[in-house]
Each structure stands twice: as C-alpha cells, then as structure tokens.
Design a protein around this ligand. Sequence first.
Ligand SMILES: *[C@@H]1O[C@H](CO)[C@@H](O)[C@H](O)[C@H]1NC(C)=O
Ligand SMILES: *[C@@H]1O[C@H](CO)[C@@H](O)[C@H](O)[C@H]1NC(C)=O
Ligand SMILES: *[C@@H]1O[C@H](CO)[C@@H](O)[C@H](O)[C@H]1NC(C)=O
Ligand SMILES: *[C@@H]1O[C@H](CO)[C@@H](O)[C@H](O)[C@H]1NC(C)=O
Length: 322
Amino acid sequence: MKLLLCLSILFISLPSSYSCNSKEEHTLLQIKKSFNNPDLLATWSPGTDCCTSWTGIECTNGRVTLLSMSKDDKLFGRIPDQIGDLPELQTLEMSYLNLTGSIPRTITKLKYLDFLFLKWNRLSGPIPEYIKELKNVTFMDLSYNKFTGPVPAWLTQMPKLQTFQIDNNSLTGPIPNSFGSFGDNVPNLFLSNNKLSGKIPESLSKMDFQAVVLKGNGFTGDGSMFFGGNKRTVQLDLSRNKFKFDLSKVKFGKSMALLDLSHNEIFGTLPRELTELHLQRFNISYNHLCGKIPRGGQLQKFKSYEFDHNRCLCGSPLKKAC
Ligand SMILES: *[C@@H]1O[C@H](CO)[C@@H](O)[C@H](O)[C@H]1NC(C)=O
Ligand SMILES: *[C@@H]1O[C@H](CO)[C@@H](O)[C@H](O)[C@H]1NC(C)=O
Ligand SMILES: *[C@@H]1O[C@H](CO)[C@@H](O)[C@H](O)[C@H]1NC(C)=O
Ligand SMILES: *[C@@H]1O[C@H](CO)[C@@H](O)[C@H](O)[C@H]1NC(C)=O
C-alpha cells in the first residue's frame, strides 16, 4: 500500500517536475557536444529539466521555443545541423560567439521561427537562399559577420519580415530591383558598412520604409526616392556614400526624426519644411549644400559641425553670416 502510494506520487509528479521533451533534450545535448561542452552550457546536463534549469532555454507546453546562446568568445565551430531538430523553436539566438561557416540548411525545418539573431560571429559566404523558406521570421539580425555576395533579392518573399540587419559585413553589388515590390510588410533595412554600390532603383520610391540605414557604402546617384511628403519614415541614414541629388526638391514626411545625410555630394538649399519636423538627429555635414539655414523648429539646436563642410551654407548655428 505504502509502495503503491509512493509510486503514484512519483508518476503524478513526474510530468510537471520534468517537462523537457526527451527527444529535444537529446538534441540539445548533441548541440552542446558539437561545441565541445563549453562553460556557457555547463547547466545543460542530463537528468535535469531542460525547460526549467538549462541556461538560455525556454519551453512552451514542454517543447523548446527559445534557444539563446550569447557572449562567449572561446566558443567556436559551426551552427550545428541539429538546430533543425527543435521544430517548435520561435527564437534562435547565437550571437557574440565565434561561429564560422554558414547557416545550415536544416534551419528551414523551423517553421515557427520568428526571431533569428546571429550577430557578432564570423559567419561567411553568401546568405543562403533557403532562408526565405522561413515564412514566419519577423526579425533577422546577421550584422557583424563576414557574409559576402549580394543583398538577398528574395527578402521580398518573406511576408512577415519587419527588420533585416546586416550591418558590418562584406556584401557587394546594388540594392536589388525587387526591393521596390515589398508587400504589406515593408521591412526596416540596416545595411550599413558593407561594400554596396550602384544606383538605388527608382522603384523604391513606392515603398514606405520606417527605417533605412545605408551608411558607409559606395552608393551613387539619386537618393531622393526615400523621401516623400506622405511617407512614415522615421529614420533615414544615407551618410558616407556618394549620393548626389538636389535637397531643395525633397518633401519630408512628418515622422522623420533621425536624418543623417553627411559625407555625400548632395546639393541645393535646405527646404523650409525642415523647421516643421521633430528632429532628434540631423547631420548634413560634408556635402555641397548652399544658402541660408532656415530659422526655427529644431534646426538651431544642432551643433555647427552637423552643418559644416558644405559649399556655401550660412546662418545659425554656423558662424558664417549670410
Ligand atoms: C575565434 O576563432 C579563431 C579561429 O577560428 C581564433 O583564431 C580566434 O582566436 C578566436 N577568437 C577568440 C576571441 O577566441
Ligand atoms: C507560421 O506560424 C503559424 C502559427 O503561428 C503556422 O500556422 C504556420 O504554418 C507557419 N508558417 C509556415 C510557413 O509554416
Ligand atoms: C563597422 O564598419 C565600420 C566601417 O568600415 C568600421 O569603422 C567599424 O570599426 C566596424 N565595426 C566593427 C565593430 O567592426
Ligand atoms: C555628423 O557628422 C560629423 C562629420 O562626420 C561628425 O563629426 C558628427 O559626429 C556627426 N554627428 C552626429 C550626431 O552623428
């Protein structure tokens, strides 16, 4: 009788105290092994509940939905193929590690993947096209890696994508034409500090981006298609390129708050409309602009070095009078 009671307590309490799916526990232990059992994963030990006591693991209904490994520069190797055997994963973070190679094809098995953070590694090669099979991804951060090849034209086939970050890689070539045909979701684009070049396709003028950061590339020609009086753009950073267009012809949307056009070949005068914006950042230094800086709004609150090195700008906050 006593034994029976003990057993039944054991059986009742087992499922709630030990919720880790045994197949997924096995997968996680293989992942740990593939990284040579690093200190970062010291808590990943068999016989303990992966859902409640393993660092960087979260479960929903006993299935692993989040895997987060971050900040260990002694950890090296590739992203293991076994990652595809956590089929309910919604968040995958492997960042600030020392991972090399590419993103394995098995990742396409993660049908529910929503957030993909792989920033600050040494991942290389072109961004694999099979990533587009991850139709539920909303946020993809691949910045600070060594990816090469083009900006993926197939991003337009990821219907839920809201943000794509690939800053500080070595991508080459232009912005693809397809970027003029995003659907309902127009993603934020963070493409700074790559080796991108060429002209921006005119078709992008139809897109209402909330944030576009192209800083530190070799883009040329017109950049005015990113502007527009009816757009909801909050952040536009075209700095450190070779954009050449007439700023006097540009119309600003009311939400523009962070505008950096510094280090280009932009000419013309500053439109009066700039005084109507709630600007938090504004930098037009090192261009070919001319004429009087309009008075009012936020404009005189910025430092003179944010207006410096233009052809013939004058008026406050510059010392040069008109
Ligand atoms: C990262 O890995 C490379 C070789 O793969 C190694 O040379 C380098 O020292 C590692 N970085 C750190 C911080 O351990
Ligand atoms: C995306 O997730 C939903 C549930 O949130 C799921 O029904 C759907 O199948 C997923 N999409 C794909 C392409 O698997
Ligand atoms: C990112 O790229 C910029 C421009 O090439 C460079 O100045 C900066 O140091 C890079 N950042 C890192 C952390 O590598
Ligand atoms: C604007 O650009 C100048 C020149 O590159 C730089 O010194 C300054 O820090 C920039 N200001 C901001 C707010 O980024």
